[in-house]
Write a protein that binds this ligand. Structure first.
Ligand code: 3PG
Length: 307
């Protein structure tokens, strides 16, 4: 049985060693394709794979078609918008993610980006503090919740919006105020941390209107996906409101223009680095390997996202 780990952005060495040991102990063969630069390399590598472990790597219908033996794809991470679920489902391929495994790393980065922006991107001058400010969490999943808890530890007032969470007690237990409308969330948030997935409903959903409703001096923080932003609306809001800031871990398609037009009010990390910690790599990588083995040996489908 061949398990292919295909990561354009490789896991830390220790994580790869851990994955290898889980896969080989199960009696399978590990194939590694790292830092590939061409889609053709991936198409070639999947040809004899029964299982595929990826990060943000694009598992398109073309990749699936090039993998006749493929039975399972595990996205080592949370967001699985990079996998063509319809194409996988049509072939009976199980797709999973590893929820929660890299959340802390992303949450820490979200807070770091807030501090970076509120301290003038670490350049001389008077900045401001997070303490006492209102932190809005858009989607209270694994990452959103951790951002909220960490924000509280820094003395922020935390408000959250997530219509999909049924456990009302969760918010109260965390000392977080649950809001019933997305409008109120943006109206109140000095820092708005985005944790919505990229879906047909959310793509392009955060733009002019939401930004314009934010309080004076507000910062929109994106460690989710670039696709959820309406970039035209973002640029328009930033032009009309000189007090607004945008910081992101996923550079906008129009990032160069945003940088040029809005200077220090916008910032994008050079390459998505939310989950780029040794700990997150290890947690997500090992979980993915265990899930592959659990499925191939015992048919375990926990964390399947295309049921
Ligand atoms: C996720 O969805 O888990 C994060 O966006 C991390 O993505 P990455 O594995 O490409 O760093």
């Amino acid at each position: 049985m061949n398990v292919l780990v295909a990561t354009e952005k490789p896991f830390a060495k220790k994580a790869v060693e851990g994955i290898r040991s889980i896969v080989e102990q199960a009696g399978y063969t590990l194939k590694l394709l790292e830092k590939y630069t061409d889609k053709a390399q991936l198409l070639d590598a999947v040809a004899d794979a029964e299982a595929l472990i990826v990060r943000s790597d694009k598992v398109t219908a073309e990749v699936i078609a090039a993998a006749p033996r493929l039975r399972i794809v595990v996205r080592a991470g949370a967001g699985y918008d990079n996998v063509d679920l319809a194409a996988a489902t049509a072939r009976g391929i199980v797709v999973m993610n590893t929820p929660g495994q890299n959340s802390n790393a992303v949450a820490e980065l979200a807070l770091a980006l807030m501090i970076f922006m509120s301290r003038n991107r670490f350049t001389p001058g008077t900045g401001s503090e997070l303490q006492g400010k209102t932190l809005g969490i858009h989607a209270y999943g694994n990452v959103g919740r951790l951002v909220g808890l960490k924000g509280k530890a820094l003395g922020m007032k935390v408000v959250a919006f997530d219509p999909f969470i049924t456990d009302e007690a969760l918010f109260a237990a965390d000392g977080v105020e649950r809001l019933s409308s997305v409008e109120e969330l943006y109206e109140r948030a000095d820092f708005l941390s985005l944790h919505i997935p990229a879906t047909a409903e959310t793509k392009g959903s955060i733009g002019y209107e939401r930004l314009m409703s934010m309080p004076k001096g507000a910062t929109l923080v994106n460690t989710a996906r670039k696709e959820v932003i309406d970039e035209e609306g973002l640029a328009r809001a930033l032009s009309e409101r000189e007090d607004l800031k945008y910081v992101t871990d996923i550079a906008a398609a129009t990032q160069a223009e945003l940088d040029e037009k809005f200077g220090k009010r916008v910032f994008a990390t050079p390459k998505k680095m939310g989950a780029e910690t040794a700990e997150a790599n290890l947690n997500a990588g090992l979980a993915a390997a265990r899930q592959v083995v659990g499925f191939l040996k015992e048919g375990v489908t926990k964390f399947q996202v295309n049921k």
